[in-house]
Write a protein that binds this ligand. Structure first.
Ligand code: ADP
Length: 480
């Protein structure tokens, strides 16, 4: 099913709201008008009842003087006079008077002989009520005014006529209003969607191959302006993301090509020279070196790919960082064996974090290996302390240091200060990227500072040196 367009949706919403408003308005007008009319009718009824009551009592008083005038004669007088007084011109009003014996004295509008069921004359009515009589609705009020029962009623036909009139008016006004609403809504939606269409057109032109393009800036500071700005920011992020991936792929290909080229070159040479057993052995040893180097790169790439995809599996447990630092320190001593290096460890208090012990070990070992690698002679110090709610691990050295312009990039993949130098030392520029990935997976952070200042870190004879600092959140309850 074809999805309904936003423009059509807006139009429908607009029309629906408009319809609702018109209907609510019509309903309210109908109800208010009817109520007002009914109130007016009721008022009239009360007036008529009051008037009749006064009329009857006046007539009674007059006849009291001429004593013993028979009831029938009195009633005849009532009939006679009332015709003149009671609104003769009101074809919609009913007046009914009965005497003590419930005999009809007077009835207007309805034929005198018909059996009226408008009035019950059993109890007085304080408020007018609606009664249906022969298919017509009446408002009815009745009262006992000794010795008579008076009933007044008014037909509700005029009220219904007004209601019908209102309905008729709305019946032709409504389709007209709907047409205006639909047309207006459609135009309004078209006008307000025009900038969106332009953004869509412009966005269609931007593909993976021309991510340097941006959507044309939109002058108004409205939602469309915000959308354009947001999309441009997103395209900028995509551009740098894609650039990073491209760079990464190139670097990875380059890194893998170098050992393969060396392998191939050495083997071809050995074959061409008909190398003897000793030479073949040397080639094999070299090949093994290159293969393990390639395997290490592939393993590091896989590790980083997993980290990128958020699939780095961490078996989290309580990790006693002071113990881990001691283990790595011992490894470092073995690594630095026979080198003019002075290693030290400062972990004065137990510090525990929640993390993956083997990953954290790899992180620290990478940093320490680098420190040893890039410090021909001098000192390497591992330290661990608590700062606020964090565990802070630092690896400082008095080595060759990192030029400041490289510090900002040092954690990027394949980034090396001196690629020639790194190849000699066996690195391919993935170690620190892995360290950063591990730190981030533990909600921590890593930073570098070179030279390894401030002064209180300075070691005698330290010209430069580097300082790597890893901050990890402490475990909630720190065991002592
Ligand atoms: P590599 O495997 O090449 O050592 P890393 O990602 O671990 O890759 O390091 C990237 C680069 O950072 C290294 O090539 C080196 O130039 C520089 N570097 C890392 N640690 C140190 C350090 N302690 N002292 C000086 N330079 C360092």
């Amino acid at each position: 099913m074809k999805a309904i367009s936003l423009r059509a949706k807006l139009t429908l919403w607009y029309t629906a709201l408009f319809t609702f408003t018109v209907l609510a308005f019509a309903g309210a007008a109908q109800v208010l008008r009817s109520r007002a009319l009914l109130k007016q009718f009721d008022e009239e009824l009360r007036d008529e009842l009051r008037w009749t009551e006064i009329f009857l009592s006046e007539t009674d008083k007059g006849s009291a003087r001429s004593k013993r005038r028979a009831g029938a004669a009195l009633e005849a007088r009532v009939r006679e006079n009332i015709e003149q007084h009671f609104m003769l011109n009101k074809a919609t009003h009913v007046l009914e008077i009965r005497n003590r014996e419930m005999k009809l004295v007077y009835r207007s509008l309805l034929p005198a002989d018909s059996l009226s069921q408008l009035f019950t004359f059993d109890q007085p009515l304080e408020q007018p009520v609606t009664v249906s009589y022969r298919g017509h609705d009446f408002r009815v009020l009745q009262k006992q005014a000794t010795p008579y029962w008076i009933g007044v009623a008014v037909s509700l036909r005029p009220l219904y006529e007004v209601q019908r009139q209102l309905l008729r008016t709305f019946a032709w006004l409504f389709p007209l209003a709907m047409t205006v609403a639909l047309g207006g809504g459609w135009l309004l939606a078209k006008y307000s969607m025009r900038p969106v269409s332009r953004v869509i057109q412009a966005a269609r032109q931007i593909t993976a191959t021309n991510l340097s393009q941006r959507l044309p800036s939109y002058p108004a500071q409205d939602e469309i302006g915000a959308l354009v700005e947001t999309m441009n920011e997103m395209i900028a992020r995509l551009e740098s993301g894609v650039a990073r991936i491209e760079q990464f792929s190139q670097d990875a290909a380059h890194e893998l090509r170098t050992p393969l080229t060396i392998l191939r070159g050495e083997m071809e040479l050995a074959l061409a020279n008909n190398a003897g057993a000793t030479e073949l052995r040397r080639v094999l040893v070299s090949a093994l070196e290159e293969i393990s180097r390639t395997a290490k790169i592939v393993e590091s790439l896989l590790f980083l790919a997993h980290a990128d995809a958020g699939k780095m599996v961490l078996s989290k447990e309580r990790v006693a960082l002071h113990e881990l630092a001691t283990e790595v320190f011992e490894d470092a001593q073995a690594l630095a064996e026979g080198r003019p290096l002075q290693l030290s460890l400062s972990a004065p208090e137990p510090v525990a974090v929640l993390g993956d012990a083997s990953r954290l070990r790899r992180l620290l070992l990478n940093l320490v290996e680098n420190a040893i690698k890039f410090t021909p002679e001098g000192k390497v110090e591992i330290s661990l302390r608590r700062v606020d709610r964090s565990a802070v691990l630092t690896v400082r050295d008095t080595g060759i240091g990192i030029p400041p312009e490289h510090c900002a990039h040092i954690f990027e993949r394949f980034y090396r200060v001196d690629s020639g130098r790194s190849r000699e030392t066996g690195g391919c520029g993935l170690g620190l990227a892995i360290c950063a990935a591990i730190a981030h997976a533990h909600d921590g952070e890593i930073r570098v500072q070179s030279p390894a200042v401030p002064a209180d870190y300075a070691m005698p004879g330290a010209a430069s040196g580097s300082l790597f600092e890893v901050k990890l959140p402490l475990m909630e309850k720190n065991p002592d």
